[in-house]
Design a protein around this ligand. Sequence first.
Ligand SMILES: [Zn+2]
Length: 126
Amino acid sequence: MSNQNTDPNWGENNNYKYCPRCGNQTLAKAVICVKCGYTFPEFQPSTQYNPWPGLAMFLLIIGTLFIPLFGEVMGFISMQYPARRSQGILLLTLGIIKDVIFLLIIIFGFVSFFHTNIYYNSPFYY
Ligand SMILES: [Zn+2]
């Protein structure tokens, strides 16, 4: 029970969370523990980071689809905050997938370009 507070997934359950001080089960939306008065970390001023809201996440995904590097940077930044970790991983993955697709298009473009040129300029081509 002592390391409950440092667990990055702590308090991410959508319905319930547990007080790290007394173990009391409360609603995930609860700001303080009704039993012992503990203020949950996500509501403490220094760590006031909630998951990206739906619209922000939508815009981040759209941005990632156009500029993969944007998604990779935003994903990496988001991963620094426990509440945004899974969203950050999603953006990072999406950005990398887009990068790989771009890379494959470039590689296939070059291969087909050179292949075609060699093919037509080759003395062995009849
Ligand atoms: Zn408590």
